[in-house]
Design a protein around this ligand. Structure first.
Ligand SMILES: [Zn+2]
Length: 99
């Protein structure tokens, strides 16, 4: 059986990534922090294990407003990329817009 590989990239193309295998979780979120961080009424988050997610081009910028929670984005075009919470270290969430 062939392994599923999803490719992702930001708006300007500076950041590229690959995700291998099946995501463990897909759902939308519309809380205050995510609406402001994403700049839209909601986003769909795709959850992968950190070992499934690999940046293959570029370097993400990060921002943390809540201790332990890190949001990543492209420093050139501003595209939202990911969300990581130190309290759930084996979960990496990516915005659907990044794919
Ligand atoms: Zn970009």
């Amino acid at each position: 059986m062939t392994e599923r590989i999803e490719t992702a990239g930001c708006f300007c193309g500076a950041i590229r990534a690959e995700c291998r295998g099946e995501p463990f979780w897909i759902n939308y979120d519309h809380d205050d922090d995510c609406r402001r961080a994403i700049g839209g009424p909601l986003t769909v988050w795709i959850g992968y294990r950190p070992e499934q997610f690999n940046i293959v081009q570029g370097m993400v910028k990060t921002y943390s407003k809540t201790p332990g929670v890190v949001r990543s984005f492209c420093g050139r075009c501003g595209s939202s990329i990911g969300y990581h919470d130190d309290g759930i270290p084996d979960e990496q969430y990516l915005t659907i817009g990044f794919f």
